[in-house]
Design a protein around this ligand. Structure first.
Ligand code: GDP
Length: 365
């Protein structure tokens, strides 16, 4: 399964946020095969379409889809030189598919800051620099190998050499690989290099309890936004302490609490949604009387593969996918009506599943 890693300097609120994630987390009983790694938190993906489908179909059971956050501890200055838990930290980052970097924006004299003052840009740069240095090391090694082949006019090597040169120059100017531009074809080669700074990244600005309703009054948040904009990255504002409190509440209490805070959606819910998209994930639904359920798929896959997410038999015996878009189904009101309106399509093996598709798979056993 794809996972988003949570990173940040010490004392920025990572553990607090991760606590909120595990407490709000998916009910273990629903996911008996889920990992029990203490550093992994499984969250349900909030999706109002699932609520609407439940109202419409009135099933016995509704099951949201989930994905994983991984808590990655241990970044310090010098990590790329193996200081602290440096190497371990980097190898953990290598294993995640996207990065959520928690940045301290709250000011609290009682909580020590590792570098003595709250300076979000400085903090971001400390972490990004470690990742850049680690990538620079990998790229330099590869560079020497590929350079030789390129000189012998090996076609693939020539192409990769060009890319490595561009990456190396970028990294030397302290630009993360994700901020560099490549053609689609080059992008495939870049992916194969598995570099840390090529992973999709978002920033989580952790603000004080009394700033949740109006986070932009916090000038640190503004600074993070400006920084993120330059790399085209998203910023999600949370107050980790408030999220920890919310995670202990049930649904009704939660909405009341949010209303008191003057916000419509919790920071954690926003973070979950943003991370899901960052990972390139999307949702299709199955909707029967027994169960309405959301399923996660990687954007771009075809119908048989999507069927395989439910069961390998569905993929092996795939015949076709009876498909209606969520919007069309909602507009029609019932599956029968949608069918009458000609909105239910019979899709075959080559169909590329779309976010929001409501699907009934036909298959041979
Ligand atoms: P970590 O080292 O990044 O995992 O940070 P922790 O989650 O352990 O938080 C460090 C300290 O900051 C703890 O005392 C937290 O209670 C506090 N803290 C975390 N988030 C917030 C917040 O949103 N507001 C305030 N005031 N304190 C926070």
């Amino acid at each position: 399964a794809l996972t988003a890693g949570i990173v940040g300097l010490p004392n920025v609120g990572k553990s607090t946020l991760f606590n909120a994630i595990t407490q709000a987390g998916a009910e273990a009983a629903n996911y008996p095969f889920a990992t029990i790694d203490p550093n992994v938190g499984i969250v349900e993906v909030p999706d109002e379409r699932l609520d609407k489908l439940t109202e419409l179909v009135k099933p016995k059971k509704t099951v949201p889809t989930t994905f994983e956050f991984t808590d990655i501890a241990g970044i310090v200055k010098g990590a790329s030189k193996g200081e602290g838990l440096g190497n371990q930290f980097l190898s953990h980052i290598r294993q995640v598919d996207a990065i959520c970097q928690v940045v301290r924006c709250f000011v609290d004299e009682n909580i020590t800051h590792v570098s003595g003052k709250v300076d979000p840009i400085d903090d971001i740069e400390v972490i990004n620099l470690e990742l850049i240095l680690a990538d620079l090391e990998s790229v330099t090694k590869r560079f020497q190998r590929v350079e030789k082949l390129a000189r012998q006019k090996d076609k693939d090597a020539v192409q990769e050499f060009e890319i490595l040169e561009k990456i190396k120059t970028g990294l030397e100017e302290e630009k993360p690989v994700r901020a560099l531009e490549f053609t689609d074809e080059q992008q495939k080669i870049v992916k194969g290099l598995h570099l840390l700074t090529s992973k999709p990244t978002l920033y989580v600005a952790n603000v004080a309890e009394d700033e949740v309703a109006d986070p932009d009054s916090n000038e640190n948040v503004q600074k993070v936004r400006d920084y993120a904009e330059k790399e085209g990255a998203e910023v999600i504002v949370v107050c980790a302490r408030v999220e920890e409190e919310i995670s202990e509440l049930d649904e009704d209490e939660k909405s009341m609490f949010l209303e008191d805070l003057g916000i419509s959606e919790s920071g954690l819910d926003k973070l979950i949604k943003a991370s899901y998209h960052l990972l390139g994930l999307a949702t299709y639904f199955t909707a029967g009387e027994q169960e309405v359920r959301a399923w996660t798929f990687r954007k771009g896959i075809k119908a048989p593969q999507a069927a395989g997410i439910i069961h390998t038999d569905f993929e092996r015996g795939f015949i076709r996918a009876e498909t209606v878009s969520y919007e069309d189904l909602l507009a029609a009101g019932t599956m029968g009506k949608a069918r009458e309106n000609g909105k239910v399509r019979l899709e075959g093996k080559e169909y590329i599943v779309q976010d929001g598709d409501v699907i009934h798979f036909r298959f041979n056993v």
